[in-house]
Design a protein around this ligand. Structure first.
Ligand code: F6P
Length: 358
């Protein structure tokens, strides 16, 4: 059995653990397996840049962050209507698959990468995928690997900001990744004891943020920690067109939502604010124990799908159990935080402000 394997999109902790899970299960359950690792994501498949992996390549990588295969962003802008360049790339991948006489392609990736995987599957390739992202925004799975490690890093940042915020009686904004969704910010904000949590799914009101800061001051709490998702948006900005928003954001100190809010609070009420952006640190370093376990188990399940020739699926977690979902049901969708989500209710019950106008 010949397997092609690639990691695509932004990296995250425990990608190596997941690949190890797939490989170990395959080597352990069949004598006849060859794994071709494509380098730097789909790019390696397009340019035929690959490495025939040895069993040892998958040893000693359980605790390593990043990806031993390298990665790159998905190669198509408009995957559903690929232009000539896009069509050539798809043709290149199909050719590589056929030239190598692969039985299956295993793809570890997030939202964008699943569009390409679904397209290849539609074109007749056997594809099995694993959900990878720190954003936890992949449709059809309750959890992706990478997410839990990123929560730990973002939470540690909030923890560390707490001591300096308390010493200086300051307001701090910690800007947290998550692309267009608030999963990472909600989880790390609750874990880190943030006082205000701002997520893209609930546009925030600047006056409400100020009110919360003032209310805390009146209660004798001299510092405030705001956990803010990188995709968060104010209720005023939510009314603007994409073009207007782009223009407006040019006027702020840095092209970051945290600096925008900091400037707004300063302008409105002379509020002194400090901003901390952990950035790609959230995707780096050693995976957490729970993430390693999750990634390994997802890897085992993916190998099971390959061995059973159950192609065209992504391994997913549904109602806490391992399952599978057809690629076409995953591709092109984003799992947003529903405003009725219990996390929202629980955060507000704790007295955390989500910046909604009272
Ligand atoms: O999807 C993972 C992620 O880290 C997002 O949270 C973030 O918006 C984006 O990738 C950053 O992308 P890049 O690594 O290309 O700067």
């Amino acid at each position: 059995m010949k397997i092609g394997m690639l990691t695509s999109g932004g990296d995250c902790q425990s990608l190596n653990a997941a690949m190890r899970g797939v490989a170990k299960t395959l080597y352990n359950n069949t004598n006849d397996v060859e794994i071709y690792g494509f380098l730097d994501g789909y790019k390696g498949m397009i340019t035929k840049n690959y490495k025939l992996m040895k069993e040892e390549d998958f040893s000693g990588i359980l605790t390593e962050g990043g990806t031993i295969l390298g990665t790159s962003r998905t190669p198509f802008k408009y995957i559903n209507e690929p232009d000539k360049e896009g069509r050539d790339k798809v043709a290149g991948m199909i050719k590589t698959y056929k030239d190598l006489k692969l039985d299956c392609l295993v793809m570890l990736g997030g939202n964008g990468s699943h569009k390409t995987a679904a397209l290849l599957s539609q074109k007749g390739l056997n594809v099995v995928t694993l959900p990878k992202t720190i954003d936890n925004d992949i449709e059809g799975t309750e959890m992706s690997f990478g997410f839990q490690s990123a929560i730990d890093v973002a939470t540690r940042t909030i923890d560390e900001i707490h001591t300096t915020a308390a010493s200086h009686s300051r307001v701090f904004i910690v800007e947290i990744m998550g692309h267009k969704t608030g999963w990472l910010t909600l989880h790390s904000g609750i874990a880190g004891g943030a006082d205000i949590i701002l997520i893209p799914e609930i546009p925030y009101n600047v006056d409400e943020v100020l009110n919360t800061i003032r209310k805390r001051e009146k209660q004798g709490k001299k510092f405030t920690i705001i956990a803010m998702a990188e995709g968060a948006i104010s209720d005023e900005d939510a009314k603007l067109s994409k073009k207007e928003l782009k223009e407006k954001r040019k006027t702020y100190t840095f092209p970051s939502v945290a600096y925008q809010l900091s400037d707004e609070l300063q302008k409105k009420a002379g509020q002194e604010v400090r901003v901390t952006i952990p950035g790609h640190v959230q995707r780096g370093g050693i995976p957490s124990a729970s993430d390693r376990t999750l990634a390994t188990r997802i890897g085992v399940e993916a190998a099971g799908l390959i061995l059973r020739k159950d192609y065209g699926n992504m391994v997913c977690i549904k109602e806490g159990k391992f399952s599978k979902i057809p690629l076409e049901e995953v591709a092109g969708k984003t799992k947003m935080v529903n405003v009725d989500n219990e996390l929202i209710r629980q955060a507000e019950s704790l007295g955390i402000s989500l910046g909604r106008k009272a």
